[in-house]
Structures are given as C-alpha cells and as structure tokens.
Design a binder for this molecule. Structure first.
Ligand SMILES: Nc1ncnc2c1ncn2[C@@H]1O[C@H](COP(=O)(O)OP(=O)(O)O)[C@@H](O)[C@H]1O
Ligand SMILES: O=C(CO)[C@@H](O)[C@@H](O)COP(=O)(O)O
Length: 562
C-alpha cells in the first residue's frame, strides 16, 4: 500500500495568514490555523512611531508574514499529529500586487534600523492606492508610444500594480529606490524565506508587472521613457527568469525547517496569488468557468482557450498565458471593495439600536442586517448604490472613483442601505460578466469561493438574481489555502506521492457544495430594470461625463495637506 501523504497551504490574506494541512489523496482538511498580523494593515501611522501616512496609503510589516509561518505550521502539525516526514510539499498564496524593497540577501529595507522610519521602505499592500499619478502617466506614455501591452490589461494599468508602486518609491523616496537591491512581490519574498533562494513566478509577473510569455517585460526604452532612472529596473532589481505555477521553487531551508517543524528539503511550490490558486479548488480547470473569490475585495478568475489573437476585455486585470494553469489563457478581473464596503457601513452607518438587538439575539451584526434586508423585495427601498468605496478595478480601472447611495429619504433604514450595498456589488459583478461576454470570452458557469458565500446567503441569492446565473460554491472554507496546498503536492511530484499537474490534483482534491443559488425569475426581472439604472450612473460618474468625484478628492487632498 502506498504511503499516506500530506501537503500544506499557507494563504496570506489582507488581515491574517491561514495555514491548512491537507490529505493529498482527497483534499480533506485535517487541521487549520489562523494568525492575525500583529501590525495588520498599516494605513494611519508607521508602527511604534508618530509618522503619519498620507491618504490612500496601505502598508504591511513583512515580519508578520514570517510570524505566520512560525505560528501556524507548528500548530497544524501538533493538532493533526502528522509526522513531518509525511508532509511532501508546501505552497503559498498571497494578495497581489503586494510588493517590497529588499537588500540583495532578501532583508526587507524596513527591517533595517536606518530605514525603519521611512514609509516607502515598508511593504506596499495591494490596496495601497497612492500611486495613481504614476499609473496615469504610465498609461499615457504607453499609449502615446504605441505599446500594445496595454491591450493585455484591458487598456489600462492599475495604480494597484507593480510598476506604478515602484515608480512612486522612486519619485518620492529616491534614496529608498537606490538602496533597494531587489523589488519583489511579497508572495515571491515569502517563498524566498522558505527556500533561501530567490525565485519569481509567472502569475504575478504576468498580471501585475506587464510581463508576457511571448514578449517578456516591456523593453528598457519604455522604462527609460517613464523615468531615466528606471531604465534598468527589470535587470537590476527584478529578474527575467520566471517559473511556471506548480513548479518546485526549491527545498525548505534549514532555517525555515526550524521555524516550522517541517523537514529541511520539503518541496516548496513556486509562489502564487490568492485568487488564481483557488480556481482548481472547484474540482476542475475547465474553460469558461468564472470563479469569484469573494472577501474584502473580489477577484474573478477564469481559464480560456489559447488564441492567436488575444481578446481585449475592457478593464480586465489581465490575460496571461499560464497565469492560472499552465497551458491555458488565464483571465483576471475584480472589484477592489466588496466585504470592506459592508464593514464600512457597519462601522460608520448603523445606529446603536441594531447592535443592541443583535446582542440580545446572540447574532452578529451582519447576520441581523442580512435577516432584516432579506425581508425587503428588490427595488422596495427605492435605493441604488455605486460600489466604488475602494475605487473601481474592473471595468473602469480607476481608484479615484468613490461610493454613492442614491434615493435616500427620511424614512430610509439601515437594512435598506445594507441591501443596496449588497446589490451594488452584484451590479458591479454583472458589469464585469457582460463585458467578458460581449468581448468574445463567454462565461459559461459561475462559482463562488472565499469568506462571503459562507457568511451571507442573501448576498449570494442577490448575485444569482442580478446576474441570472446559477451559482455554485466551493466546498472548502479555506479555499485559497487548499489551492496553495494542491500546488505544494504538484511541486512534490508524482514520485513523492503528489501529482503530475494541477488538473489531476484538482480532480482528486477539489469539490463544490451540493447546494447552489438559483436565480428567482421574478427578481431577475426587477433587477434587470435596476441594473439599467446602475449602468446610467456607472457611465455618468465613471466615464468622464461628470468628474465630480475626482474634484471632491482634489478638494479633500488640498484641505488635508493645507
Ligand atoms: N455576514 C457577513 N456578510 C457580509 N460581509 C461580511 C460578513 N461577515 C464578514 N463580512 C466581510 O467579509 C470580509 C472578510 O472576508 P474574508 O473572505 O473572510 O477575508 P479576506 O478577504 O481577507 O480573505 C470583511 O470585509 C467583512 O466585512
Ligand atoms: O488582487 C488580488 C489578486 O490578484 C487580491 O490579492 C486582492 O484583491 C486582495 O484579495 P482579498 O480581498 O484580500 O482576498
């Protein structure tokens, strides 16, 4: 009989890291541990100082990532009683683009005393939105010089991605840029910490750093056209050697073995991204299945067939050959704010009486609002909202757009607004789906994953009604971590008891829940009408007809910096 083997996945989210230990044969999750980052999202002051960050900044502390390894992996090994010798592989996934400057040996600049008080020396989290001027300029120069790579990103590079962030460092802190021997995605950095060797993955390079398998990075002249000092950024601070997803990045180093309790030499998979790693957890890697990873934000990922001419989908985050699964075209789109919008409303918009009622009933406040909002029919509140509280990623690629709730009266209630916000994110999703469908990249199936489908069934029903798709849900509660674990089993390979490729791992280790969310025809009809109104607002405020949101931002910035 063959040996029983296990694999570990570690998912680095926005607020915490989660590790899961999984049975390689069937994907059964044996043990899970969560470690909240001590410094969380740094958007106010640098830790331990009074140094204030400007609006739109979001940083993290790389030491928190190491603490995730040191805390979660020993916990899951202990809890499961699994022999470390039976753990054949480990994979990680991360938010992206989350990037940092380091020295040549991988030491993050912010860990060095001389750089500790310099904001640009810290990790820039995916939702760091302060590089918009650089993104605007990059897009304009690329367009003027006729670079076609913009097409692979639906026409625009987002300020959330790698080069706008790197350029912001150069513009605002040239001394940090000069001191950074390496600029690297956090997902590659944590793999470096595990193996002791710097490697880079094709996924983040493709979606976040303008790289493609056929063309590589844009040429040095392009970076020179942005800023002379950036001409050699790729050769000097990055790498042109990129590894495919599922490949082995290396073996676990002695030091990482000591941190984790695993054996030195355990296979470590090439770094991956939280959204992309989740697709195989559906149980297959079929073309045309869009997987929505719904949490703080939502990422949408989908495999498509190979084509001679890449399709252009407005505002997609990218199309990358092998970006999700080697050999297929991987598409990514997304919404920068989803769960975060509901969290904002609860924090800043819900009267105390609802909290008192929730406490009395032993409910969490979301569940109480969900229950009350579920009593309303579509359109009954008279409200319509725009889901741009954290900007718009797809399809407008504009972090300077803001949220909006229209139709409020003196009779408007908190559950009504809560429902309008749930609906707004569903309308945003429909906009993405329709854009793909109209661009020759049809979406045949919709599957949801992440924290939200578990937590809020009303939200899922609204998504089914607004999009008119039946929605399946991934069975795992820790889908990205399970996806990372699957990649760990592929990196270990067949001979070690793992898998030859991610498609075979998906078949054995991934699955969906039996329950699905089916569109309710009467609701679909009403939501069609509301969506038509949403589109009017979307185009009016989002496509330059009325730039009031941008003017308000400029006035706010001026007031804050006066
Ligand atoms: N019952 C709920 N309904 C809607 N949103 C919720 C609910 N509970 C938590 N949230 C939101 O879900 C988000 C967290 O999602 P989750 O998938 O767990 O994390 P992450 O995106 O960091 O991986 C938070 O923004 C939170 O406000
Ligand atoms: O943009 C990506 C992936 O490409 C995500 O990492 C980012 O939206 C953050 O995701 P979460 O909301 O933290 O799950």
């Amino acid at each position: 009989m063959s040996r029983q083997t296990y694999t570990i996945g570690v998912d680095f989210g926005t607020e915490s890291g989660r590790a899961v230990l999984v049975d390689v044969r069937n994907g059964q999750e044996i043990a899970t541990a969560i470690y909240p980052y001590a410094n969380g999202v740094i958007d106010d002051k640098l830790p331990g100082t009074n140094i204030r960050l400007e609006p739109d900044w979001a940083l993290q502390d790389p030491n928190d990532y190491l603490d995730v390894f040191k805390n979660t992996i020993p916990t899951i090994l202990k809890e499961s009683g699994v022999d470390p010798a039976d753990v054949i592989g480990i994979g990680v996934d991360f938010t992206a683009c989350t990037m940092l400057p380091t020295k040549a040996d991988g030491t993050p600049l912010c860990m060095l005393p001389e750089w500790r008080n310099t904001p640009h020396a810290w990790v820039k989290l995916w939702k760091h939105h302060a590089a918009q001027p650089e993104a605007n300029q990059l897009n304009q120069i690329a367009r003027e010089l006729g670079y076609s790579f913009l097409d692979r990103y639906g026409g625009k590079i987002s300020s959330e991605w790698f080069f706008p962030k790197a350029w912001q460092i150069l513009n605002e802190a040239p001394e940090v840029y000069a001191a950074a021997d390496r600029l690297i995605e956090a997902t590659d950095w944590v793999v470096w910490q595990l193996t002791g060797v710097e490697t880079r993955n094709e996924c983040t390079a493709g979606y976040k750093a303008m790289w493609s398998k056929s063309e590589g990075f844009p040429p040095n002249e392009f970076f020179k056209a942005l800023d002379e000092r950036m001409e050699l950024i790729v050769d000097q601070k990055m790498s042109r050697t990129l590894l495919p997803l599922g490949a082995k990045a290396g073996g676990l180093s002695q030091q990482a073995a000591e941190w984790t309790g695993l054996l030195a030499g355990t296979a470590v998979a090439v770094a991956n991204v939280d959204a992309h790693v989740t697709l195989p957890v559906t149980g297959n890697t079929d073309i045309g299945t869009m997987v929505m990873i719904m949490g703080t934000s939502t990422c949408d990922v989908m495999n498509g067939e190979q084509r001679d001419q890449l399709p252009i989908v407005e505002g997609m985050c990218g199309v990358v050959d092998g970006g999700i699964v080697p050999g297929m075209l991987g598409y990514e789109a997304g919404q920068s704010g989803v769960g975060d919008i509901f969290a904002w409303f609860i924090e800043h918009g819900v009267p105390g009486e609802y909290f008192t009622q929730a406490e009395a009933e032993g409910l969490n406040i979301h569940s109480l609002l969900e229950r009350e909002a579920a009593k309303l029919k579509p359109a009954e509140s008279g409200l319509l909202a725009l889901d741009w509280f954290n900007g718009n990623r797809s399809t407008l690629v504009d972090v300077e757009l803001n949220g909006l709730v229209l139709g409020m009266t003196l009779a408007t209630t908190a559950p009504e607004i809560y429902r309008a916000l749930l609906e707004a994110t569903a309308f945003g999703k429909r906009e993405i789906i329709e854009t793909f469908n109209q661009s020759g990249v049809p979406i045949r199936k919709l599957i949801a994953a992440g924290g939200l489908p578990e937590k809020n069934h009303l939200l899922m029903q609204i998504y089914a009604d607004v999009t008119n798709y039946e929605i399946s849900v991934i069975a795992s509660k820790q889908a990205p971590a399970l996806g990372a674990a699957m990649h760990g089993a592929v990196a270990a390979g067949l001979e070690a008891g793992g898998y030859a490729d991610i498609a075979s791992a998906a078949k054995q280790m991934g699955r969906l829940k039996a329950e699905t969310f089916k569109p309710i025809p009467a609701n679909v009809e009403i939501y069609d009408q509301l969506y038509a109104e949403y589109k009017v607002l979307y185009n009016y405020f989002g496509r330059g007809e009325n730039d009031v949101m941008k003017r308000l931002r400029m006035l706010r910035h001026a007031a804050l910096t006066a």
